[in-house]
Design a protein around this ligand. Structure first.
Ligand code: 5GP
Ligand code: ZN
Length: 164
């Protein structure tokens, strides 16, 4: 399922863009061919906002809102149902801090914390991840994707990092 077709969220019409990376496909469940493992190994670039020994957080390539951040474990696991207590503990112990930095960095007060499991649920990258999606008053709240320049993205990343 395309991320813009998730039934949990109303469609927006003005901002919907084709997903630049995964328009009609889902990422392989094979760690050898996993987009986020490639980010972890440096084969693919990302705008990093947080890193420790177990966890990496970086800006989504096709953000739903300014500051949309993905938080992933460094160990490849495809779904929440397969995550060990230790992975969940590592994620849980940094999610509040990262969420706080994300919303402060982009000047939001509210946010969604989302996590998709399986293709029918809208998962397109099969490496466990949490979405932190800041929400802004008077800004349409949907699943359409924003077009943000590389420079702007770097600026947002810097603002978030400064709040950590
Ligand atoms: P899912 O639908 O699997 O929960 O979300 C996967 C997210 O990963 C999507 O929001 C998508 O935009 C993002 N994404 C896919 N490929 C890349 C990439 O190469 N780099 C970054 N930063 N995000 C990606
Ligand atoms: Zn992976």
């Amino acid at each position: 399922m395309s991320p813009i077709n998730n039934p949990l969220f109303p469609r927006t019409t003005s901002r919907i863009l084709p997903h630049p990376a995964k328009t009609n496909s889902v990422s392989s469940e094979d760690p050898e061919d996993c987009t986020f493992c490639k980010i972890l190994s440096g084969q693919l670039p990302c705008t990093k906002v947080f890193e420790n020994d177990e966890i990496l957080a970086f800006l989504d390539i096709a953000p739903i809102s300014r500051g949309h951040t993905l938080v992933i474990p460094k160990t490849h696991v495809s779904s929440l149902t397969l995550a060990s207590p230790s992975i969940m503990s590592s994620l849980g112990s940094v999610l509040p801090q990262i969420s706080n930095a994300v919303i402060q960095g982009v000047g939001a007060k509210d946010f969604n914390l989302l996590q998709n499991n399986g293709q029918i649920a809208g998962q397109v990258v099969f490496h466990l991840h949490f979405h932190i999606i800041p929400r802004f008053k008077d800004v349409e709240s949907g699943r359409g994707r924003l077009m943000i320049s590389k420079d702007e993205n770097e600026k947002i990343g810097k603002e978030i990092r400064a709040k950590l």
